[in-house]
Design a protein around this ligand. Structure first.
Ligand code: CA
Length: 265
């Protein structure tokens, strides 16, 4: 059995693509479903990484919720496994964060916990956690739960947004217009993805700051204008800059209908 550990992409955390092609059988469009694993204990993380990787998933490791938040800025996985007891932000608070995140709130969550008391479990379910595993558990059990959850919740298509000629892959953070790749910074990406996910609705700058930048960050409202301008510039060659409409007195909205195809001679 061969385990291939490669650096998947750079994040503030450690990101490892672990693949085992022999046992995988889970390929979709050539890519294994990805799982974000948030666990602070290195031995457990290593063991779970190995187990999950061997089952055919790619694993992104984070040793804290803070690191995991950084990972989500770069990649929306197919499922998240969260350890309850983490240094800094707790697993429960991280689960709540995910449920508020406009691009990640649909993801299935599994919570790992050393506590088995019913009250704790209930508290966990209040945060929108989909499944629970009480330590110690068998790696096989975890893989079975992952499979079940992905089957139940996860069409891989949840990570793909399509609007007219525009295709956004939240999983690998790529944007295509008619098959041409568009390169966007992380903020432009989140802004565009969020607007495309909520078409034909006008949002104020303050609402966009809240949903795209997050509540904890202080940025001036005109920052939104700067990023909208950048997005329009990137979309202009495809005549899609018109999709990003200024709504007078309100802010901005995305409408695919505003994009018209102009043949280039
Ligand atoms: Ca822990």
């Amino acid at each position: 059995m061969q385990i291939d550990n490669r650096l998947n992409y750079e994040t503030r955390g450690r990101s490892t693509l672990t693949e085992d092609k022999e046992t995988s059988g889970l390929t979709r469009k050539g890519a294994a479903p990805s799982i974000l694993l948030v666990e602070d204990e290195p031995e457990i993380r290593e063991l779970l990484c190995f187990t999950i990787g061997r089952a055919g998933y790619s694993v992104i490791e984070a040793e804290s919720a803070e690191v995991a938040i950084g990972c989500l800025d770069n990649h929306i996985p197919d499922l998240i496994i969260i350890d309850w007891m983490l240094p800094g932000m707790s697993g429960v608070d991280f689960a709540r964060y995910v449920r508020r995140d406009e691009l990640a709130n649909h993801l299935p969550l599994i919570m790992l916990t050393a506590r088995s008391e019913e009250a704790d479990k209930l508290r966990g379910f209040d945060t929108g956690v989909d499944d629970y595993l009480t330590k110690p558990f068998s790696p096989k059990e975890l893989v079975a739960r992952i499979k079940a959850l992905l089957r139940r919740t996860g069409s891989p298509d949840d990570n793909i947004l399509v609007s007219g000629r525009l295709r956004i892959d939240l999983g690998n953070h790529s944007v295509e217009v008619e098959g041409s790749n568009i390169h966007l910074g992380p903020t432009e990406f989140r802004l565009l993805a969020w607007l495309v996910r909520n078409p034909d609705k006008a949002f104020t700058r303050s609402q966009l700051l809240d949903r795209v930048w997050g509540r904890s960050v202080y940025v001036e409202e005109r920052t939104v204008d700067v990023h909208i301008l950048r997005l329009r510039k990137v979309l202009q060659p495809f005549q899609m800059h018109r999709c990003l409409r200024t709504v007078r007195g309100v802010g901005y909205r995305f409408s695919a209908a505003d994009a018209t195809v102009h043949p280039t001679n």
